[in-house]
Design a protein around this ligand. Structure first.
Ligand SMILES: Nc1ncnc2c1ncn2[C@@H]1O[C@H](COP(=O)(O)OP(=O)(O)OP(=O)(O)O)[C@@H](O)[C@H]1O
Ligand SMILES: [Mg+2]
Length: 247
């Protein structure tokens, strides 16, 4: 089963009488356990696509399946529960809760997923060690460097052991050295847990690490770069015709 499947997905933003088509005819399957990067110029629809996959927003057309579930037809309370358990987010601006410490930020999604106290302690401890922030556990986000905040955001996204982690430009606010460390950290965590990563990024370092790259432009898929043979699964038969040329 694919962690994410999209079939003819379209999204139009409406600003008064003006319609902005943000995504059209997106059909793709994301392969399990790999790094997929969504690449495209500013305004091409990357954030919109991640928000749809992450059930933060809903499409106007088509169908989205996450972990085999048709997310559009889930009732709201079921959807928030599903999201809390299955999807981790890493936002470009980190979105840490400013009044919570590093420890508490990582613990927060475990509260949402109703994980018990002992198990929460065990997981947060393990994650703090994994991202190398044991000694900063009581620091507030404002008392951390940008790279350290990003590491807290990664640990938080992985806290519930989700099958899918979405990251919107995860290295955009980091220098290249810190960016490389963050990518390596995500790579390691991906290997250790059975998790699929979907990133949006312009960063050549991120592209270099990706298994699959999906190129979008003006809200459409214009190319798919599959770095490994088996990666052919990522796009369904027929989807390639919609996408036109492959790079
Ligand atoms: N809330 C909104 N209301 C109206 N139009 C929007 C909204 N959000 C995005 N758009 C438009 O939809 C298109 C896709 O935007 P999106 O944010 O997905 O692009 P992006 O690829 O993430 O760009 P960037 O690289 O700059 O982050 C753009 O033309 C943008 O102007
Ligand atoms: Mg964006």
């Amino acid at each position: 089963m694919h962690p994410v499947s999209l079939c003819n997905v379209g999204k139009v933003y409406r600003l008064g009488a003006v319609e902005v088509p943000a995504l059209s005819d997106i059909t793709l399957d994301i392969r399990r356990g790999v790094f997929t990067v969504i690449s495209g110029p500013s305004g091409s629809g990357k954030t919109t696509l991640l928000n749809l996959i992450g059930c933060i927003d809903t499409p106007d057309q088509g169908e989205i399946r996450v972990a085999g579930r048709a997310v559009q037809s889930m009732p709201d309370d079921e959807l928030s529960d599903f999201r809390a358990r299955h999807i981790g987010f890493i936002f470009q601006s980190f979105n840490l809760i400013p009044v919570l410490s590093a420890y508490e930020n990582i613990e927060y999604p475990l509260h949402l997923a109703k994980v018990g106290a002992a198990e929460r302690r065990r997981r947060v401890q393990a994650l703090l060690e994994a991202v190398g922030l044991e000694s900063r556990r009581n620091n507030l986000p404002a008392q951390l460097s940008g790279g350290q905040r990003q590491r807290v955001a990664i640990a938080r996204a992985l806290a519930t052991a989700p099958g899918l982690v979405l990251a919107d430009e995860p290295t955009a606010n980091l220098d290249s050295q810190t960016g490389a460390e963050i990518i390596a950290l995500m790579r390691r965590m991906q290997r250790e847990q059975d998790v699929s990563f979907v990133f949006s990024s312009h960063d050549p370092q991120v592209h270099a690490e990706a298994d699959d790259v999906i190129f979008i432009r003006d809200g459409r898929i214009v190319g798919v770069e599959l770095k490994r043979e088996v990666a052919r699964e990522v796009v369904r038969e027929g989807a390639l015709e919609v996408q036109g040329e492959r790079s």
